[in-house]
Ligand binder design. Structure first.
Ligand code: F6P
Length: 550
């Protein structure tokens, strides 16, 4: 159904009127005026807890936001996605990453195809293979057990498995070292190859399309390295496996298709960690924990499907993010995991959110009439505090922050976890309250400073506060809670895409650079003269050519 322009809807206009007032609200005052703010603006789901009370909103704001969600058809479109309708309009595809975590007992048939059965057939293959590698039954060409796994892939074929393997470090097999090579920059591959032994290394070539230039070049380099360092053609099958939707290209590359783990065009790259693209995760933590990871995501899917919007965590997270972006001028969103094992989570969310909703054309082909996806970025706390939190506290932009933390650690080192959580909670409090000029004066009193010296310091030491943030808590970072956390953000992204009327499941914006890179590569390596560009691009190409001929 064609959506009306967002700003023309009654619920958007009601929000805009409300925002004219609400944008001047002070969080300190909202908390002072309502002792029930915390229970009112918090929600539990699938082992996660979301506190969104430190946002500039009240119950009316939330109601108006949910009116908008209803008017834009969030529930209808959610059901369309979950049932396998072809909601990826520009590619005529269903969007069924949620089917990848359906239990075997839950049937889903789309276009006459039993999707659940297909998914579980591949999961069985993943279980069988990962059990054999982990037990040592699957060996390299000299009969030794595999000690190193190198995943070669990029974008969704890298970011998800890399983030999850790091996040689940405490659950990992002690013998298996996991490596990830994504960049076409040979330094990436060079560094990985320097650390592994061809006799005991397994390469996973992970590419949905099996045509991505970076991955194909890296895969070819790994193959040559293997063949130049003791391996023979007949040994390749023990050391190279593929994860892809493209059987023909896998066979053409020389990988035995018996060692190929398939998935389907209805799995978007950035939504694919649950498919066989998660093979490195299953290898690292074992199939049992991988199944828990899927179950955690499924629990969030069920919550998303069933909970009324008022208690629906992904919907609330999405609508609060929309409120900050749309009406409080927040052009970026900072992600602050207070958990070192979630170190790659911000990078993962960058692709999930910005490749999905970094768009300006609606599903119907019109230009959007509002801003869309904010820039997503971040770093683990407490490191981030000592890098860029200065700007977040006292800079000129207001940047909302998602704090993410586990109440209990997965290590037993004394003293660390309380220090970590104290910092996490203190930062969200500081962003909210700030520090007034009078509070600064009171602090400085009694330090023996003259009144003039005090007044000179006051503006520097004042914090405006009123900075919005969410806090997402879990008991511990486990395969289950990690699954739920990722699914939470997937659905948040989906809901925002519905509000903005975007197709969150294509990514045409990455194509232009790919085409131009091919042309320039021909100019760098071949006889083609670099004359057809602008003077800057021509100049840079000439410099590279000259440097390589020295
Ligand atoms: O960057 C564009 C993109 O298509 C991503 O969406 C995708 O995750 C990545 O490239 C890798 O694609 P593939 O898995 O086909 O190699």
């Amino acid at each position: 159904m064609r959506q009306p322009a967002l700003t023309s809807t009654a619920s958007f206009q009601a929000l805009a009127t409300h925002a004219a007032d609400a944008r001047h609200w002070q969080l300190r005052q909202l908390f002072a005026a309502d002792a029930q703010r915390f229970p009112k603006f918090t929600v539990d789901a699938a082992g996660l807890f979301l506190d969104y009370s430190k946002n500039r909103l009240d119950a009316t704001t939330v109601q108006l936001l949910l009116d908008l969600a209803r008017e834009r058809g969030v529930e209808r479109q959610r059901d369309a996605m979950l049932s396998g309708e072809k909601i990826n309009l520009t590619e005529h595809r269903a969007v069924l990453h949620t089917a990848l975590r359906l239990p075997r007992s839950k049937d889903l048939t789309v276009d006459g195809q039993n999707v659940t059965a297909d998914v579980h057939a591949v999961l069985d293959q993943v279980k069988d293979f990962t059990d054999r590698v982990r037990s040592g039954a699957w060996t390299g060409y000299t009969g030794k057990a595999i000690t190193d796994v190198v995943n070669i892939g990029i974008g969704g074929s890298d970011l998800g498995p890399k983030m999850a393997v790091l996040a689940l470090r405490s659950y990992a097999h002690p013998r298996l070292n996991m490596h990830f090579v994504s960049n076409v920059d040979g330094h990436d591959m060079d560094a990985a190859l320097a650390r592994v032994d061809p006799e005991t290394t397994l390469f996973i070539i992970a590419s949905k399309t099996f045509t991505t230039a970076e991955t194909m070049l890296n895969a070819g380099t790994a193959r040559n390295w293997f063949l130049c360092n003791g391996g023979k053609e007949s040994d390749l099958a023990r050391h190279f496996v593929a994860v892809s939707t493209n059987t023909r290209a896998v066979a053409a590359f020389g990988i035995d298709t018996a060692n190929m783990f398939p998935f389907w065009d209805w799995v978007g790259g950035r939504y694919s960690v649950w498919s066989a693209i998660g093979l490195p995760v299953a290898l690292a933590v074992g199939f049992g924990y991988f199944a828990d990871f899927l179950a955690g995501a499924h629990a969030m899917d069920e919550h998303f499907r069933e909970a009324p919007l008022e208690q629906n965590m992904p919907v609330l997270l999405a609508m609060v993010g929309f409120w900050n972006r749309q009406f409080l001028d927040a052009s970026s969103l900072s992600i602050a995991p207070y958990h070192q094992d979630l170190n790659r989570f911000p990078a993962y969310l960058q692709q999930l959110d910005m490749e999905s909703n970094g768009k300006r054309i609606t599903r119907g082909g019109a230009e959007v009439d509002t801003v869309t996806c904010p820039v997503v970025w971040g770093e683990c706390g407490t490191n981030a505090q000592h890098a860029y939190f200065q700007l977040l506290h006292q800079g000129t932009d207001v940047t909302p922050i998602d704090f993410i933390a586990a109440l209990r650690a997965t290590h037993d080192l004394a003293g660390h976890h309380d220090a970590l959580l104290a910092n996490c909670f203190a930062q969200s409090e500081a962003f909210m309250t700030g520090k007034t000029a009078d509070e600064v004066r009171a602090d400085l009193a009694g330090q023996g400073l003259s009144e003039a010296e005090v007044e000179a310091l006051v503006p520097h030491k004042t914090f405006p506060g009123n900075r919005p943030s969410n806090t997402i808590l879990m008991d511990q970072l486990t395969p289950t809670t990690l699954g739920a956390l990722i699914a939470l953000y997937e659905h948040k992204t989906f809901v925002q895409g519905v509000i903005w009327d975007l197709n969150s499941f294509d990514q045409w914006g990455v194509e232009l650079g790919k085409v131009l890179a091919k042309n320039i590569q021909a100019e760098l390596t071949g006889e083609v003269k670099p004359e057809r560009h602008d003077s800057s691009t021509n100049g840079l190409i000439f410099m590279a050519k000259a440097a390589q001929h020295i």
